[in-house]
Design a protein around this ligand. Structure first.
Ligand code: GLC
Length: 742
């Protein structure tokens, strides 16, 4: 059997090589026929007219240019009708090269999943991959070949609104999620009808924008870049990502779009990336505003030299590359390399065989209304919810409560559950398609339960005139559920905030309702960590519900009424005040670390605030209780080529079944450069029934001990380590020391 398998593998790899050679041969044959204008056309991407995701320039000649073979790709063209219409224009061109249609399918297409930061809170890689798989199935049935996702930017600064699109602050968790998302989007292979090309963005270090202000400068050491910000990009590449997108920011003085070091030396050089790089919206032309290019022509020169293959919406390539070649400032080889990379993907997607293969109305009808997609969305949403506080067993609520008051500006919202970057389909009535939180409660409670509603206040503004009505219905209820937070457009691109407190008078509403003395549950819907200290300190139950998408109402009701035991863990640190930002768990010790959260004096602290976050990375409660015991190490010493097996018992000692995310952290006690106080190096999400125990195992190998030294060499250093197994980064359940010996 083994011999046959080897033979089969050999045959498959020969066929694949032969096929690949066929694609490369086809690319080269086509390239030879192309004029310089047609080559540059392949590097040119325009937006469609039914929605813009950046500053738009009106181009009356767009259709003529498409027919002239001068547009290789479009974005923001959705649906089988529109994609087919534009593709038909491209098929009138001399060489009939099909266009690529790209779209920001960030967390779902028609079935909207929780925002990526919420999905990250699930720590459930299978569920996250499935969410991307469903999104790809729906998008690819609607004419989309390519999603501008996953966004893998490490986000340590909640003032930056785009933390909602990523996987949070941790490199290890972010890398695992990046890999899962690419696998989900691209499926088993590109060219399958239910797969789309992934686009790993934003390359690179965009999340480290100074002050958390979007598009702002980034300045960091190479060591920080390689150790913290690049690994999720490399993980996505290892998953087979077809494309990358560069970022708006300048990095150490050079805009990413024109950054040879990033795109040629690292991505296409060291990492040997064979796909193509698309610029972010207008980012090539924006190098003039950066003060890096004196005009669009110099910007085009800088970008093509740096390895930006496709120009999204800046027209810099369209109007300058041909002259730059004629003036011998740009070698035709650079153009050809970029064109090859793009054409290769078009062949792999089967677009030359059938340019309309993804624009099939019948297939779309079925794919977009598959009930399984909503089941997946509800599962993902339930797993993304984080229980932050639950005193006096306020939760779960009984389904037979006599009266529940449901108060707040998010209760009857529909689109607010979708979050930023949701794909808006003109033909969809979202009030029917989305399950609001009010709908979810009505679907859940028994017929004897009376649900009362009051909005109380708006998300923003200082109008408290609705408080009286809200207090009045609270006084009639057995329990009050308050749903507050950010609207769907208050986190996301160009949504940086200087103040992270709950917007408007929402926390005043919480205080007014709490003053009734009724048991209160507060739901916080947001795209980022917010600050809500009074609520967190004075309300018995607080649940972070992010923006959960199409099935938000049902998922929240599942958790609040105990049909699902919450299992989410925070993927970002929650600050007490914005003055602490950036605040993240894997920080360096400093020479004067505070002994505890109240330590003052000559230590690294604030004189006016505790030294700890409000809620730490990896934190989240459950309706049950887990016990950690019996830690065993196979050895307390290891050599570089050895490994230590770690095991312990996890038991469910509570009253309901549940899932626990057990987290393995390591601390390298000293090194040739200072090392973080601890670092996440593994995790497992474990489901246990009441009374059930499981032996959990981790392996510590040299990869988990490795880091970049100040010569940028990757590897471990002999010395003392500590391992911590915990239920959060700040709650160690089991500890042990071990040593790496030379
Ligand atoms: C936007 C975003 C990017 C998105 C692109 C296309 O400006 O920065 O993430 O994919 O433009 O919409």
């Amino acid at each position: 059997m083994k011999r046959i398998t080897t033979m089969t593998l050999l045959m498959v790899s020969l066929f694949a090589t032969a096929q690949q050679e066929t694609i490369d041969q086809k690319v080269n044959t086509l390239l030879k026929k192309m004029t310089i204008e047609e080559k540059i056309g392949q590097l040119n991407q325009y937006t469609g007219d039914n929605s813009a995701t950046g500053p738009i320039t009106i181009n009356p000649n767009k259709q003529a240019e498409i027919k002239g073979g001068l547009v290789g790709s479009m974005l923001n063209v959705i649906g089988t009708t529109y994609t087919r219409k534009y593709q038909e224009l491209a098929m009138q061109s001399r060489l009939k090269i099909p266009m690529l249609f790209g779209q920001d399918v960030i967390h779902g297409y028609k079935t909207t999943f929780p925002i990526p930061l919420a999905e990250a809170a699930s720590w459930d890689l299978q569920a996250i991959e499935l969410a991307a798989r469903v999104a790809a199935t729906e998008a690819s049935a609607s004419g989309i070949h390519w999603t501008f996702a996953p966004m893998v930017d490490i986000g340590r600064d909640p003032r930056w609104g785009r933390v909602m699109e990523g996987a949070g602050e941790d490199t290890y968790l972010g890398s695992k999620i990046a890999y899962a998302r690419v696998k989900g989007f691209q499926g088993s292979k590109l060219g399958d009808l239910n797969s789309v090309m992934a686009c790993v963005k934003h390359f690179a270090a965009y999340g480290a924008a100074t002050g958390g202000r979007d598009y702002n400068s980034v300045d960091m050491s190479e060591r920080m870049l390689f150790e913290t910000y690049l690994p999720p990009f490399k993980a996505a590449l290892d998953a087979g990502a077809a494309t990358f997108m560069n970022s708006f920011n300048d990095l150490n003085g050079i805009p990413a779009t024109g950054n040879v070091y990033l795109q040629r030396d690292i991505l296409k050089g060291k990492w040997n990336f064979q796909g193509f790089v698309v610029s972010d919206w207008g980012s090539i032309g924006e190098m003039v505003a950066h003060g890096y290019a004196k005009d669009n022509k110099q910007a085009a020169l800088a970008a093509i030299t740096a390895g930006s293959d496709m120009d999204m919406e800046s027209n810099a390539y369209r109007y300058n590359l041909a002259d730059l070649v004629k003036e011998n400032k740009v070698s035709i080889d650079l153009i050809d390399d970029a064109v090859r990379r793009i054409l290769r993907k078009k062949f792999e997607l089967g677009l030359f065989d059938d340019p309309y293969r993804y624009s099939d109305a019948k297939r779309a009808e079925k794919a977009l209304n598959d009930p399984e997609n909503r089941v997946a969305a509800r599962e993902m949403a339930k797993k993304s919810i984080v229980l932050l506080k639950n005193e006096n067993e306020t939760l779960p609520l009984s389904k037979n409560l006599k009266t529940i008051a449901f108060i707040g500006p998010m209760v009857k919202e529909y689109k607010a559950n979708m979050g930023f970057w949701a794909v808006e389909l003109p033909e969809v009535d979202y009030n029917k398609w989305i399950v609001s939180q009010w709908d979810g409660f009505q679907n859940k409670v028994g017929k004897n339960t009376k649900l009362l509603y009051a909005k109380g206040c708006e998300v923003e503004g200082d109008n408290k005139s609705g408080f009286a009505e809200a207090v009045a219905i609270a006084q009639q209820a057995d329990v009050v559920v308050l749903s507050i937070g950010e609207r769907h457009d208050m986190s996301g691109e160009a949504k940086s905030r200087s103040d992270l407190h709950l917007p408007g008078v929402q926390e005043d509403l919480v205080k007014a309702i709490a003053a009734t003395g009724k048991p209160v549950v507060v739901l916080i819907n947001a795209g980022r960590p917010l600050i809500f200290n009074w609520t967190a300190d004075n309300v018995p139950a607080v649940v972070y519900t992010w923006w959960l998408g199409t099935e938000a109402g049902n998922a929240i009701a599942d958790v609040l009424f105990g049909d699902y035991n919450p299992s989410g863990k925070l993927p970002m640190t929650f600050p007490r005040e914005v003055g602490q930002v950036p605040i993240y768990y894997n920080h360096f010790s400093t020479g004067r670390p505070p002994a505890d959260e109240n330590a003052k004096g000559y230590v690294s602290s604030y004189i006016d605030l505790k030294n700890s976050p409000k809620f730490p990375f990896g934190y989240g409660l459950s309706y049950t209780k887990f016990n950690y015991s019996g830690l065993k190490l196979s050895s307390v010493k290891m050599k570089r080529d050895e490994a230590i097996k770690v095991s312990f018992q996890l038991s469910n000692v509570g009253k309901v079944a549940g899932e626990e995310v057990v987290q393995l952290y390591l601390k390298d006690k000293f090194g040739s450069v200072v090392r973080p106080v601890l670092e996440l190096k593994d995790f497992q999400k474990v489901k246990l029934n009441v009374g059930e125990s499981k032996t959990i195992e981790f392996t510590i190998d040299k990869e988990k001990l490795s880091f970049y030294n100040n010569k940028l060499e990757w590897g471990p250093e002999a010395g003392d380590f500590e391992l911590m197994i915990g239920t959060s980064s700040a709650d160690s359940k089991l500890k042990s020391d071990f040593e790496l010996v030379d």
